[in-house]
Design a protein around this ligand. Structure first.
Ligand code: MLT
Length: 267
């Protein structure tokens, strides 16, 4: 479904009823990365996914595409759908956006799942890498970015034994606009450090990380867990950075337990 949000077309889906749970996808994927989680949760809560601006079937923005802008899109979509508070589930860039959302709209957050992500900003070196990657996306196309990501995005066992997961990621990336990819890279390069927020977070937080995540390793997840008072952490064995696609059953078990606890606490 398409809605005009903050002046651009945003493609989203909205299934089930009850507690609203909004899934925010990783870079440079789209909302279908959450298909297994939507299938698992839609009978117990209201599940919303969206293609962030620049990705999937949503409009492509001007550069750079900031985390604050995408957080504002999520907030405006919630308002349009009549939702005051939601559980946010963000993986990697989705986690950066969830933290930006918490900074700007803390009262709209019921609980949060931070998967395979970090709170810190980029180093100067990291920012330079993103500039180069943004240029490469525009020059060489989305497939080049997909090729760059495969070796670092997955656990070795996923690459060896579950090539269909790698192909799924490749298809998502290749379908994206190079300009959308570049805009998000530049937006991530300028994102704020969210570390100062963590100690004050007063909602339940589940931190999930793949045991073999090379991009946002277990040590990053531990940093989040140590700083966020009401948090706990689940390590997904045999998963890399895209833990929800690599080990959906384990990811879903952790997610459903967390969501069920929130639902039970509201009865
Ligand atoms: C992601 O999966 O969203 C990216 O790895 C985030 C990043 O490039 O920092």
């Amino acid at each position: 479904m398409i809605r005009k949000i903050n002046g651009i077309d945003i493609n989203y889906s909205d299934e089930g009823s009850g507690l609203p749970v909004i899934f925010i996808h990783a870079f440079p994927l789209n909302q279908t990365m959450w298909d297994d989680q939507v299938a698992a949760l839609k009978d117990r809560c209201r599940v919303i996914t969206l293609d962030l601006r620049g990705f999937g079937n949503s409009d492509v923005p001007e550069e750079p595409n900031s985390m604050d802008q995408m957080a504002s899109d999520v907030r405006s979509l919630m308002a349009d759908l009549g939702i005051d508070r939601a559980v946010l589930v963000g993986l990697s860039m989705g986690g950066y956006i969830s933290l930006a959302f918490y900074r700007n709209y803390p009262d709209a957050v019921r609980a949060m799942v931070l998967a395979d992500t970090r709170a810190g900003a980029d180093t100067e070196e990291g920012q330079e890498r993103r500039m180069k990657s943004a240029e490469r996306a525009v020059r060489d196309g989305a497939s080049a970015i997909a090729n760059d990501m495969v070796p670092v995005a997955f656990a070795d066992s996923t690459i060896e034994k579950r090539p269909q997961v790698v192909e799924r990621m490749r298809r998502m990336i290749q379908a994206n606009s190079p300009r959308g990819i570049a805009a998000a890279q530049l937006g991530m390069a300028e994102r704020l450090d969210s570390t100062d927020l963590l100690a004050g977070m007063d909602c339940p937080v589940l931190i999930i990380v793949g045991s073999e995540d090379k991009l946002t390793p277990v040590a990053e997840a531990e940093r989040l867990r140590n700083r966020i008072p009401s948090s706990r952490m689940e390590v997904i064995e045999g998963a890399g950075h895209f833990s929800n696609m690599e080990q959906p059953e384990m990811f879903n078990a952790a997610l459903m337990k967390f969501v069920d606890e929130i639902i039970a606490s509201e009865r």
